[in-house]
Design a protein around this ligand. Structure first.
Ligand SMILES: *Cc1c(COP(=O)(O)O)cnc(C)c1O
Length: 248
């Protein structure tokens, strides 16, 4: 990380680092896909660019990445606008207040962190409005579930028992497309056990909503476990972009 007074690395060096990191992550994904016998159904890579500048997004776009994730509306809105000519798809992956739904609906293709019906309703209204104003199509929605038995240490998400009602509330909104489930493995937990549980929650959701088959799971530390348990969308930040400040 750059310290005050230290000249940042030249852009060419930064681009080389990003290319190398991306290739290493893609190699890990390829071998996990191979080991899981999933060559026909590889997961989508979403690069989580939070805390990193639009120049990094541009560099990764040149390397073929088209899906990017962000977890704060203000930062995401500014970055999406800065690279608005590149045809990228933005995935909102962070906790979201209902009063930010309107803003998110302007740039996001997908929201991975819907954990309550009030948020689904706010996004539904925002997308209706955006559709009337600009003709933009449906917003893809993932229900975030907690995999932590202890609510006090949970990293966000709905109780699995609340998923059916939440799914129905999302599915009845014309311009929300229920994609599936999302989760973050609990800190210190075995990611295989966590993602096995998520696969079970996904299977129950699909019995009511067969097309909601997506599973958004897997970060830098646990992408192999996520791929073993059926992840369709990986959200990878630090192993591609480097470390970020702990605050935020
Ligand atoms: C930051 C973040 C990621 C990426 O995590 P890394 O460990 O940096 O790969 C994935 N999902 C969510 C919800 C995040 O907030």
């Amino acid at each position: 990380m750059t310290e005050p007074g230290v000249t940042p690395a030249p852009a060419a060096d930064r681009n080389a680092v990003l290319a190398q990191n991306l290739a290493a992550v893609q190699a890990r994904i390829a071998s996990a896909v191979d080991a899981a016998g999933r060559a026909e159904t590889p997961p989508m890579l979403i690069v989580v660019s939070k805390f990193h500048p639009a120049a990094d997004v541009q560099a990764l776009a040149r390397l073929g990445i088209t899906n990017f994730g962000e977890n704060r509306d203000q930062e995401a809105a500014a970055k999406a606008a800065e690279v608005g000519d590149l045809g990228l798809r933005w995935h909102f992956v962070g906790q979201l207040q209902t009063n930010k739904a309107k803003s998110v609906a302007r740039y996001a293709a997908s929201v991975h962190s819907v954990d309550r019906s009030a948020l689904a309703a706010a996004l539904g209204r925002a997308v209706d409005h955006e559709h009337d104003a600009t003709g933009r199509g449906p917003l893809e929605i993932f229900i975030q579930v907690t995999l932590d038995d202890d609510a006090s240490t949970s990293r966000g998400g709905a109780d699995p028992a609340d998923v059916p009602a939440l799914a129905d509330a999302i599915a009845e909104r014309g311009l929300l497309r229920l994609a599936g489930v999302m989760a973050v493995a609990p800190l210190g937990a075995n990611p295989d056990r966590a993602f096995e549980k998520l696969a079970g929650i996904s299977a129950r959701l699909r019995s009511d909503h067969p097309s909601a088959a997506a599973i958004s799971a897997g970060m830098s530390q646990d992408l192999e476990a996520a791929i073993r348990h059926g992840a369709t969308h990986l959200r990878i930040g630090s192993d591609i972009l480097g470390s970020r400040p702990a605050v935020g």
